[in-house]
Design a protein around this ligand. Structure first.
Ligand code: BES
Ligand code: MN
Ligand code: ZN
Length: 489
């Protein structure tokens, strides 16, 4: 899908040739004599259009208009969230006509509104085809995002590049999230990373079982033991700033399938545990976006990836394992495997002397109980980092919500047989999981995003969302601005 940024006021839009002309309307629009403006005025008069969220009217080949169909859609208060809603509704309304060329006319666009519009077009037209030959791939080839004046178009250039990069990153994360576990093994994910490593500014290194043993990652290795698929530890490095500039490290949970191991999960819905690598996919997606934007920052991506399977060699409840940090762990439940692979990656992260480490994981069912599918869970002992990530989530329409990390929550992780147990009972499960991780993230500012509820949708719309690539990109680019300001000062 190719995006273009263009200047089109409603007068020019009438002669613009496209399969579907989507016009966002709001109460603030100033009517003019142009055909399209008159169409809007009359539709409002007749009650076929108003300013309620995503109210929509499709008109087929109106006179004096070159487009095959016009979709008038209300952007309500004009906020980015309403722009996303309106564009989603409009694309869904014309999808059946299989448009190849689509145009979205925005009246004015802040960075966020432009990004919301681009992301909404991409999301609404996404079709999964990798293992479904009968699915018809999206016909959409060209998407024009239009602003009414040349000044507005000029001012939107940077936001437009950002929007395209975000769309590419989210698409990659969605695609790999959606692929079933037999088509998305640790080896496959490593290949995706190696492809990213060929792009300018990105280096990729992939470690295997022997390297992991040498590094002393006994916790990660223990989870992988029950599977015939070999584990991979992916190290991605994006260098856009001076080598002396401390990197932000992103750590993504890459369990390509989570059966629970010997603490086997119940059967119904277990297929959804193919999504247990969505944290990893979001790191890959963020690197894809960085390769487009080439910002002046340094970012490291770490992905421990393996399957969690039951087997004669698998980890057993009660086993005590030794993590890379030297801390021993009593594994009371083999289904709490995410924290076991992440803890060694968090220890490894320290070698980059990072300015911050953010791990992203489909970590706990408890987080889904707390926050549902709207907001990701956010945990950090640092107010500064937590506030920055929260703000990034708001701006990118990829929201999260901070949960506490009081020391008292760690009480239940005490073990008689090891330095720490890997579970602490059901209560406050997403917090106790975060408390476990925190023990391994003492040497740098750290945050944890639990995306168990936000990374994919269930039911008829079953599929990966590509979250939180938008949030991460927003955070990293806001951070870039801080870095440049520091350099200039
Ligand atoms: N990958 C799951 C978490 C999960 C479950 C995400 C359901 C989304 C939906 C994780 O590995 C897991 O199994 N966690 C356990 C932890 C428990 C054993 C303490 C859970 O949440 O049940
Ligand atoms: Mn599990
Ligand atoms: Zn898991």
């Amino acid at each position: 899908m190719n995006f273009e940024l263009k200047t089109l006021d409603l007068h020019a839009a009438a002669t613009h040739k496209t399969d579907a002309l989507i016009i966002l309307v709001s109460a603030k629009d100033k009517p003019s004599k142009s055909v399209l403006s008159q169409l809007i005025v009359n539709a409002r008069k007749s009650g076929d259009l108003d300013d309620s969220p995503a109210r929509l009217l499709t008109v087929w080949q109106p006179q004096g208009v070159n487009a095959s169909r016009v979709v008038l859609v209300s952007s309500a208060d004009g906020s980015a969230a309403q722009v996303r809603k309106a564009v989603t509704a409009a694309v869904n309304a014309v999808k059946a006509a299989k448009p190849a060329h689509l145009t979205v006319c925005l009246t004015d666009a802040t960075d966020q509104r432009l990004q919301a519009a681009a992301q909404a077009v991409a999301d609404a037209s996404y079709v999964y085809t990798a293992t479904k030959p009968s699915a018809k791939a999206s016909t959409l080839k060209r998407v024009v995002l239009a602003l009414p004046t040349a000044e507005k178009t000029k001012a939107a250039k940077a936001a437009f590049e950002w929007a395209k990069a975000q769309v590419a990153g989210v698409s990659l994360a969605k695609e790999w999230g959606n692929r079933p576990a037999n088509h998305a093994t640790p080896t496959h994910l490593a290949k995706v990373a190696q492809e990213l490593g060929k792009k300018a500014g990105i280096k990729c290194q992939v470690l295997g079982p022997k390297d992991i043993e040498k590094l002393g990652m006994g916790s990660f290795a223990a989870v992988a033991r029950g599977s015939v698929e070999p584990l991979r530890f992916i190290v991605l490095q994006y260098t856009g700033a001076a080598k002396t500039e401390a990197p932000t490290v992103l750590v993504g949970k890459g369990i390509t399938f989570d059966t629970g191991g010997i603490s086997l999960k119940p059967g119904p819905g277990m297929d959804e545990m193919k999504f247990d690598m969505c944290g990893a996919a979001s790191v890959l997606g963020t690197f894809e976006a960085l390769s487009h934007l080439k910002p002046a920052i340094n970012v490291v991506g770490l992905i421990p990836t393996c399957e969690n399977m039951p087997d004669g060699t698998a980890l057993k409840p009660g086993d005590v394992i030794t993590s890379m940090s030297g801390q021993t762990i009593e594994v009371l439940n083999t289904d709490a495997e995410g924290r076991l692979i992440l803890c060694d990656a968090l220890t490894y992260a320290a070698r980059f002397k990072p300015r911050a480490v953010i791990d992203i994981a489909t970590l706990t069912g408890a987080c889904v109980i707390s926050l549902g599918h709207i907001r990701s869970g956010l945990f950090s002992p640092s107010d500064e980092l937590a506030n920055a990530l929260f703000a990034a989530g708001e701006a990118a329409l990829d929201p999260c919500w901070r949960l506490p990390l009081d020391e008292e929550y760690a009480e239940g992780l005490k073990s008689n047989f090891a330095d720490v147990a890997n579970v602490a009972g059901r209560d406050g499960g997403s917090i106790t999981a975060a408390k476990f991780l925190q023990r391994f993230a003492k040497d740098y500012p750290w945050a944890h995003l639990d995306i168990a509820g936000s990374a994919w949708k269930s039911g008829a719309a079953k599929g990966a969302t590509g979250r939180p690539v938008g949030l991460l990109l927003q955070y990293l680019l806001a951070d870039q601005n801080k870095t440049t300001r520091r350099a200039k000062a």
